[in-house]
Design a protein around this ligand. Sequence first.
Ligand code: NAD
Length: 272
Amino acid sequence: MSKADSVTLAFIGAGNMAGSIIGGLVQTGWPAEQIIAAEPSNTKLDVLAETLGIRTTNNNEDAVAAADIVVLAVKPQIMKSVVEPLAASFQEHKPLIVSVAAGIPENSLNQWAGGNMAIVRCMPNTPSLVQLGASGLYANALVSDEQKSVTEQIMDAVGISKWVESEAGIDDVIALAGSAPAYFFLMMEAMIEAGEKMGVSKEAASELVIQTALGAATMAKESDVDVAELKRRVMSPGGTTEQAIFSFEDSGIRTMVDKAMNACRNRAEEMA
Ligand code: NAD
């Protein structure tokens, strides 16, 4: 199962997250005829079939029967009612199950699927929708190295992915990446508001701030040096940037970030 072109992939649920992963897979060369999506909505299926050329069905069981890997991409609230009726098919075909649902533990999925299943829990984030996602992956003991490698190929089609050693590590990923787009949106929101107070129009302030965030993230990704050094290089002694950074540090930005991320992680742990 190490070669993507020999693997058939079924998506149960073809909404936003599944649609973006399927789009990324087809764009990165995964054969469309080896992808099948199962969904009650024909409107969503028709769009995927027409734009990406994948196979579609309204019957979840047919999709599972055809697949080496089944990606569960329905809302967490209905996961149990979707997986339980598929248990006989899971037990017969024993595909790898990859769940992208937030907050559903591996042992619940395994129980609903009839037990003894190879399961990967994946925590993607919303930038996956623009193929710039950052996902955490956790595999139970039944997942083979080959299955891990194919799972990585799937998630890397919409960004990057990192394995965590224990299921609790998924909660760390929620704090570091899953919820984190909102932290950056908050920072941008605050900067745009400050710009407006200085008298800059909202439109101009938004464009300047968003482009700067994109530029800073791109530099951080492409640079050989770490983010602390990149920050230092913008801070000329006695200059303007230094004043802003000193002000952030005086206001306790590191404590604020640490506290916020721990609050996020603790909530993820409570919800699991
Ligand atoms: P969505 O509502 O866009 O997609 C869910 C799809 O499931 C819908 O198209 C719906 O028609 C379909 N569906 C409903 N009942 C079904 C059934 N019985 N069988 C098959 N399909 C059925 O939701 P989404 O945002 O794509 O989220 C899907 C999963 O991804 C969730 O579990 C969510 O926790 C997880 N997730 C999403 C994001 C994100 O950024 N959107 C991030 C992290 C995790």
